[in-house]
Structure formats: structure tokens, C-alpha cells
Design a protein around this ligand. Sequence first.
Ligand code: NCD
Length: 310
Amino acid sequence: MLKGRHLIDPMDFSTEEINEILDLAGEIIANPKFYADVCKGYVLATLFFEPSTRTRLSFEAAMLRLGGSVMGFSSAESSSAAKGESVADTIRTIACYADICAMRHPKEGAPKVAEMYSDIPIINGGDGGHQHPTQTLTDLLTIRSIRGRISDYTVGFCGDLKFGRTVHSLIKALSRYENIKFMLVSPEELRVPDYIREEVLIKNNINFVEVDKLEEIMPSLDVLYMTRVQRERFFNEEDYIRLKDSYILDLKKLENAKDDLIIMHPLPRVNEIAVEVDKDHRAAYFKQAKYGMYVRMSLIMKLLGVSVNA
Ligand code: NCD
């Protein structure tokens, strides 16, 4: 039962519960009109203390397409956080006005704090360099919709694997599916955090390699997940400038790739995928953004406990 639950970490839901969400998203994609009014009378709050385009607007679009209403803020400066209000007090207030809340915060763990003070479902829309579980639902739906299954893949992650929260969440989630092998491509300084390597990969006996060249591993990949170097999490600008263009995916680098490779990116893209790749049939990143709205429609319905027959 997902009604009333929070989503802070991808492991908060079992794979069965995730599949339930992906199944409903598939039904919504097939028959969006059936769902146009199911959330009438419900209010979603979007509390974004950090910049966002896709996550916030896809949440809002999702609620509007379900017939519900939305309210919120899109920067910490425009909320009472600028006056020094705590997350706990903000959420106790928002819970008086809304039925469900999506929240993004630069501090790791902030949505977890919100959950402790909230009697409405809290959805983590990204907390610092930590986790981003709804991007993971988006990514899983993208893979499943394109290839029909989530198992037996070699998945490459490339770029900023240290600060990239989308990477951490997707590795966690994929590690529970059958026969998934990871190829982690990054500069030495931007490798996955120790807790991902030790607590997720090694502990669960997952097959993985860490390399610094993308070209070498390209032929074996089924999924390639490109990421942006997370400038806002760097301590100094020189390091960012030195590392930002470590990997630029172009058509030349794709010459040895599989014909059914899925090229993903959570977006925003800065420089890491050349625009020429956009027209390649393997580029899935803009479709991925659309799947993000459908999966959030499904998630909102499940957490509110509404269904099409209600
Ligand atoms: C990602 C994020 O915010 O972590 N964006 C998103 O939600 N689609 C990726 C990023 O900012 O690089």
C-alpha cells in the first residue's frame, strides 16, 4: 500500500511497489483522458529551495493533468527560509495547506527532516549531492518503455559520479534487478562515493568496473547515462573548470556503440552531449523528460490513494 507514504530514498519502495508505479504510468500514457480529473480537489505543494526546470514543472504538470491544483515556491529567497525559518517549521505550515508535497533542498537529508514533521506525503525532488528518487522512477520507466524490461543490461554511468544524485539513486535502484552490470566512467576525483561502492555494489555482489575512458567500454553498453559536472557542489571554481569537459559524447564516440544503446541524461545538459547526437535514434533524453511527467502522475495518485474508479 503506497497511500500516505513518503518517498525520500529509492529504497523506500520495494521493486514490486516500483513496478506498480511504472505499470500505472504506462496506463496513463495509453489513456491520459481517463485520469484528467482523478485528483480534483487535491493540492500539491512544490517547495524548491534549489533551481529546477524539469523536476518542478513536471510535478506541476503532472498534478494539473490529474485535475488537481499546485502551489509553491521555486527559490529559497522567495520563501521564509530567507528569514531563517527551519525546514521543520516550513513543512508543518505547508501540511496545513496542501495534501502532498514535493521538495528540493541543497542540504542532504532535508527531505528526511521534513518527513519527520509532516502528516502529508513528502517526495524528495533532490537533496544536495545525495538522492533523487523521482528521477530514478523516470529513468526506470524510460528503460522499460524503450526495451520492455529492466534486467540483463550493462549500464554505463559517465561524468560526475561523486556529486550526481541521479547516479546514486539509479545505481541503488538498478542493483535490485537481475543481471545488471555497471561500468562507471569518471575522472579519479569524481568517482562514486564510498557508500555507493561499499554499501550498495560490493555488499550486494554487483558486477562493476571503474574506468576513466569512455571509448574503451562503449561497445559493451546497453544503456549510457551521461551526467553534468555538478558545478554548484564544487568547493573551488578551478577544479570545476579543469573537470567540466572531461567527457563530451559525440557521434564519433558512438561509432562502436550498439545499435540499440539507450543514451540517457537527466538534463540539464551543459556540454557533455554534443547537439549532433540529439538526432541519433539512440538519444532518449528528451523522451526521458516526458516519461518524468507520467511517472510523477502515477506517483501522486499512488501516494494520495486515488484511482480512476474512485
Ligand atoms: C538533475 C538534478 O537536479 O539532480 N536534474 C534533474 O532533476 N533532471 C541533474 C542535474 O542537475 O545535473
